[in-house]
Design a protein around this ligand. Sequence first.
Ligand code: FES
Length: 61
Amino acid sequence: MYVCNCNGIREREVHAAIAAGARRPADIFKSKACSPKCAKCVCDMRGIITQARETLRYAAE
Ligand code: FES
């Protein structure tokens, strides 16, 4: 599934960027060597980042 249609960034690429250390949407764009265009995907990216952080926090407990 595409998270960012403008840049063709898929959900699994977002997860890979987070696993590699991305902490904000700008980090994800940087990992794909692109920049936001319409920015409609930024809220979705923030949601995925938050969800991944919560998953890691629960795993650490
Ligand atoms: S959908 Fe990501 S910049 Fe437009």
